[in-house]
Write a protein that binds this ligand. Sequence first.
Ligand code: NDP
Length: 436
Amino acid sequence: LRRDPHEVEYIQSVQEVVHSLEPVLVKNAQYVHILERLLEPERMIVFRVPWVDDRGETHVNRGFRVQFSQALGPCRGGLRFHPSMNLSIAKFLAFEQTLKNALSPYKLGGAGGGSDFDPKGKSENEIMRFCQSFIDELYRYLGPDQDLPAEDIGVGPREMGYLFGQYRRLAGHFQGSFTGPKIFWSGSTLRTEATGYGLVFFARLILAEMNKELKGLRCVVSGAGKIAMHVLEKLLTCGAIPITISDSKGYLLDEDGFDYVKFSLLRDIKVQQRSLRDYLKSYTRAKYFEDAKPWNERCDIAFPCASQNEIDQPDALSLINSGCHIIVEGSNMPCTPQAIDVLRKAKVLIAPAKAANAGGVAAGEIDTNQEYNFMQWSAEDFESKLQETMKQTYERSLKAASDYGFMKENPEALVHGGNICAFLNLAQAMSDQGCV
Ligand code: NDP
């Protein structure tokens, strides 16, 4: 880490994990060397992405793919297209994904990446040309046994379609479709839904342990993208009361709670890329807050589903004051270290992203596993597979936590247990494979 002190996001994510691993490293000093090796990604690809806009002008963006570890299997992990994207964020996403995949019941390595390209305001053709140029360079490092990309911020079904189309053309085969939702080129029907639905299933497991259920609980959700909207949808199915969504411009509050009709309006607003403020035209009792985050609204559970570090110290204090006692992390690393300190002292239970947002890992496995490939999955079959994955991930986290003295009553048991279980799986594989 001393080599790259400017990589703040990556360093933050490593420090959180190392904090959890303290009892493991104390017990077995050889893990310190394995950890040192793990923290240097296996391969980092940084490349030029030239593309031509609709007026014929040339632009150049930077592409990233960090293939963090293949110790447990071929890499899987998201691509993010956002102007803030840089190597530090690519490394942090790849590191989190590596641990997430290692915690899951599947045998997968981890990767992350993307580009500083901003899809907002671009035409369909510009996005397609960008995706094709991105894959022109990256395709030689991809493949079912090597690395397959998935969705993240700014990359959804449309982008995955263009990326896969160009990959298939250059690779000369169809095998190993990217993890995406289009039934005609991959196996599972609910790929985009999986992460959001999985988050709600995970919240249900936590509540069941407390003999509680989601029904009637007030939920604050941030973001209005793929994860947030599917969290909202599944919360409605469970009888919870979601009251907010947000985007980079502000947040929308409906004190009466969203219902299916309101949800459908929200979905239309998002599809048409309109402002969340437009909701007020139909529901005048709702409120829109510009340049603000939803964390001071009275709630039982918070689902941060926008971006890293979206909850800072003042936000954590607001959440505590508004009655929140569980945070289910949809976004990767949503809390700053200062926020975590505050939440820890107030004993707010944290469901860490590595476990709670792992629904997409199950979908990816269904998409790419030879056994499942080309099978048509019904929504019911897929949901039951997803629920099983979330349950196994939850149980593996709690078991590792208890092995190292973090009892399930500890609000951070899932955080520490998830990190420990994932690291031990990786460490065992790395140790078995020698110094590679
Ligand atoms: P989308 O691009 O579909 O949506 C992102 C949403 O978050 C948008 O509403 C966006 O608002 C908002 N947002 C992004 N950055 C910020 C910011 N800095 N401040 C406030 N709002 C912001 O992304 P996803 O829903 O796919 O991803 C959301 C989170 O979930 C990310 O952290 C991602 O890493 C994580 N995740 C995603 C997975 C996936 O499969 N998609 C899997 C696991 C985790 P606006 O439109 O105004 O920019």
